[in-house]
Design a protein around this ligand. Structure first.
Ligand code: CP
Length: 312
């Protein structure tokens, strides 16, 4: 068995062996994308509920597409179209879903720990699609898959994560996953955006952007989460772009084979210049494509799917 667990709540909980196992199965699902018929009937008769209590484009559509390609029955609901808008609690919502005997719940929520809570109270599997600033495990997995495609084994590879580390669940899931696989992770950004004590996660801190960029095999550029800043951690978007923005000038200091990632959605010309976001060194849409394969693999494995049945 690759995953002997009910839920996937964060990469902190997964072993290196589990992460590599999921990515191996994701690679097999990625191969299905090039076939004329992209769906497989392996989740027929199973029901997956997608509950997004925060806005999402990539994660929501990617989960739904993964479920459709596995032939699952799908229910989508959001806070604005559910009784959440009438004040119903997460616990009451969870108990109602449990009573309806669903097979899996995908949840995005602004509260850290909300996915863990539902994992405890529900019998069905729960996948965390992003909980506050805590974790975004499927984003971490798709980022690692994209790095593996370009670099192979990640042991000893240098990954620089740049930007708003404090508010970033993507950074946390990347750090947990990458350090387990033996990559060297450096965090870079304004001191106001790098939380004290984060070195304990086994990462380096470098405040000098050009030093952090020039040593990297991969740059993972984070979105500045303007909606999560109660007071500004930087003087202005223009000032942030001037000091920490990934511009063409910054890109010229990268190693020749190094590449640029961004989880999306991007603030163009704030954390990343448009020319870089659309340029030859980025792999942003590869990340998006890999997201569907990673989510297919997780849903399949949590449903007890047999990797042997997928073929080579
Ligand atoms: N990367 C990511 O989580 O994007 P969405 O918020 O659009 O899902």
């Amino acid at each position: 068995m690759i995953l002997e667990r009910k839920d996937v709540l964060g990469l902190e909980d997964l072993s290196a062996k589990e992460i590599l196992g999921i990515l191996e199965i994701a690679g097999r699902f990625r191969a299905v994308f090039d076939r004329p018929v992209r769906s497989v009937p392996i989740m027929r008769g199973r029901t997956v509920v997608n509950f997004f209590h925060e806005p999402s484009t990539r994660t929501r559509i990617s989960f739904e597409l993964a479920e459709k390609r596995l032939s699952a029955d799908i229910i989508n609901f959001s806070s604005s179209s559910s009784s959440f808008s009438k004040g119903e609690t997460l616990r009451d919502t969870a108990e109602n879903l449990a009573a309806m005997k669903i097979d899996m719940l995908i949840i995005r929520h602004s509260s850290p720990g909300s996915a863990q809570y539902l994992g405890k109270v529900l019998e069905c599997s729960v996948i965390n699609a992003g909980d506050g600033a805590h974790e975004h495990p499927t984003q971490g997995l798709l980022d690692i898959m994209t790095m593996q495609q370009k670099l192979g084994d990640l042991r000893g590879k240098k990954v620089t994560i740049i930007g708003d580390i404090t508010h970033s669940r993507v950074a946390r899931s990347n750090i947990w996953g990458l350090t387990k696989l033996g990559a060297e992770v450096t965090l870079c950004g304004p001191p106001t955006m790098i939380p004290g004590g984060i070195e304990k996660m086994g990462v380096n801190i470098e405040y000098d952007l050009l030093k952090a960029v020039s040593q990297a095999d991969v740059l993972n550029v984070l979105r500045i989460q303007l909606e999560r800043h109660s007071s500004k951690s930087f003087p202005s978007n223009r000032e942030y772009h001037r000091v920490y923005g990934i511009t063409e000038e910054v890109i010229r200091t990268l190693k020749p084979e190094a590449f640029v990632m961004h989880p999306g959605p991007m603030n163009r010309d704030v954390e990343i210049a448009s020319e870089v976001a659309d340029g030859p060194r980025q792999v942003i849409l590869d990340q998006v494509a890999n997201g569907v394969a990673v989510r297919m693999a997780l849903i399949y494995l949590l449903s007890g799917g047999d990797p042997g049945a997928l073929g080579g």
